[in-house]
Design a binder for this molecule. Structure first.
Ligand code: AMP
Length: 222
């Protein structure tokens, strides 16, 4: 069913926490044959060893605050330099501040242009969705919408709430999103390759819209 177009996109996904970026990113990376690079997942993996830096990052994440621009940028650029990301990639969770977006533009100066998609969702929807979200304690994947099971569909691990999905932390993450990440929309909105979709619909409908929007941008570039 997957169809890889001739041009693989350099894709950036924007949207508040809980908008469905992670879920859609898994689908889009398969559809376009590009690696899914999730900074949240990279960080959650990297903070396992209890080093002082790991503990500092874990604490920031559990409070819903952002990691230092320089640190996260080094992690992301290191990942984008690997061979599988040279012909296209999907960034989920980066950039999250205007300085990160400026660093990314400079880093990609010699590569194909960015396609930026924003998934929109109201604060009320975000709070409702994240109150119910479960993730796998083993592989970190989001559990699917159907909540009739207690273990991960992918690896059989136990499902648990995410440490930063407690309501007070979600409120903090939304505050950080509006203050620091929303200005990114201004950074990108004037570009012809910026697209916005409504995230308050069924997962499949959002995927269909995203694929159409991305293909439309790519078709102009071919
Ligand atoms: P996410 O899984 O994308 O919601 O990210 C979880 C947490 O990781 C965020 O609340 C931040 O603490 C941290 N994080 C992820 N990406 C970034 C980024 N680009 N800049 C700063 N902090 C980040």
């Amino acid at each position: 069913m997957d169809s890889h177009p001739r041009v693989a996109p350099n894709l950036v996904m924007l949207g508040p926490p809980g908008a469905g970026k992670g879920t859609q990113a898994v689908r889009l990376s398969r559809q376009f044959g590009i690696p899914h690079i999730s900074t949240g997942a990279m960080l959650r993996e990297a903070v396992h060893p209890l080093t002082p830096l790991g503990l500092e990052v874990k604490d920031l994440m559990e409070r819903g605050a952002l990691i230092d621009d320089g640190l996260i940028t080094r992690l992301v650029f290191d990942r984008l330099g690997r061979p599988d990301a040279v012909a296209g990639f999907l960034l989920d969770g980066y950039p999250r501040t205007v300085p990160q977006a400026e660093a990314l533009d400079a880093f990609l100066a010699d590569r194909a242009g960015l396609v930026i998609v924003e998934i929109e969702l109201s604060d009320a929807e975000v709070l409702q969705r994240l109150a119910a979200r479960m993730i796998c304690s083993e592989c970190g994947v989001n559990a699917q919408d159907d909540r009739d099971y207690a273990t991960c569909h992918d690896c059989g691990g136990r499902l648990v709430p995410r440490a930063d999905d407690r309501e007070e932390v979600v409120r903090k993450r939304l505050e950080v999103y509006h203050a620091q990440t929303e200005p990114l929309v201004g950074h990108y909105a004037g570009r012809p390759a910026f697209r916005r979709v409504d995230g308050a619909r069924l997962v499949d409908q959002v995927t269909t819209d995203l694929v159409l929007e991305i293909q439309e941008v790519l078709a102009r570039w071919e």
